[in-house]
Write a protein that binds this ligand. Structure first.
Ligand code: PEP
Length: 250
């Protein structure tokens, strides 16, 4: 039985005061969420602050990325081992904004994935196609390349405690959401790719959907057999919406 995970990716948003307000809003409504696991991923600089705010809440903490290097002369980078020191459980890897704005290649994402696993953190590996790739009928190929980049280098065992997020790039922050059928098709395909290598790992893998998920569309998406939660951007910045999605995952 896979426990649903609803993870909020706060991206480059928030301040000490707005984050305090957001976490306290989430905590106020938390008792209604019975079954789903919740996680929040603030900007690195706020990890310590949020770690304190989450104390005793049962909400998990995550980082939005990490370096593909362990340590050394890499100005501006943050290593997986550093993130680990702030009680993080999750690290988002390969988000489309990292891939498309900051040039993270499949190979770089795979290296980051390995650092996350080595530090006993759980990677949330984001995969997804652009609108052009979907229209050209390349969705499956693009996603298998993104997954195979990790599989080829580190093998299926690296996925043992991982989470995958299917995030069609055309649905992120656009208000366009994949239909439950479109999303389910890709989620099923991802599970089959893993199943070909290891049935247990595939069956236990939590595959999240991300892309304009909101309380209004969450239920239908989360009812699909291979959708095990959500990676939430915009709607994670409002306590009511974030909790609304978590309730749909209950
Ligand atoms: C995301 O960036 O991971 C995301 C899903 O964003 P949004 O929910 O705003 O589309």
């Amino acid at each position: 039985m896979r426990q649903s995970l609803v993870a909020g990716n706060w991206k480059l948003n928030g301040s000490l005061s707005s984050i305090s307000e957001l976490v306290s809003g989430i905590r106020e409504q938390l008792s209604s969420v019975k079954n789903a696991e919740l996680a929040v991923c603030p900007p690195y600089i706020y990890l310590s602050h949020v770690q304190t705010l989450l104390d005793g809440s049962g909400i998990s903490l995550g980082a939005q990325d990490c370096s593909d290097q362990e340590n050394g002369a890499y100005t501006g980078e943050v290593a997986a081992a550093m993130v680990k020191e702030f009680a993080c459980k999750y690290v988002i890897i390969g988000h489309s904004e990292r891939r498309h704005i900051y040039g993270d290649t499949n190979e770089k994402v795979a290296t980051k994935f390995a650092h996350v696993v080595k530090n006993r953190l759980t990677p949330i590996l984001c995969v997804g196609e652009t609108l052009q790739e979907r229209e050209d009928g390349h969705t499956e190929v693009v996603i298998s390349k993104q997954i195979n980049a990790v599989l080829d280098l580190f093998g299926i065992e690296a996925f043992k405690n991982a989470v995958i997020a299917y995030e069609p790039v055309w649905a992120i922050g656009t208000g366009k959401v994949a239909s439950p059928t479109q999303a389910q098709e890709v989620h099923e395909e991802i599970r089959l790719t893993l199943d070909a290598q290891n049935k247990d790992i595939a069956a236990n893998m939590r595959i999240l959907y991300g892309g304009s998920m909101k309380p209004e569309n969450a239920k239908e998406l989360l009812q699909q057999p291979d959708i095990d939660g959500g990676l939430i951007g915009g709607a994670a910045l409002k306590a009511e919406d974030f909790i609304g999605i978590a309730l749909a995952a209950n």
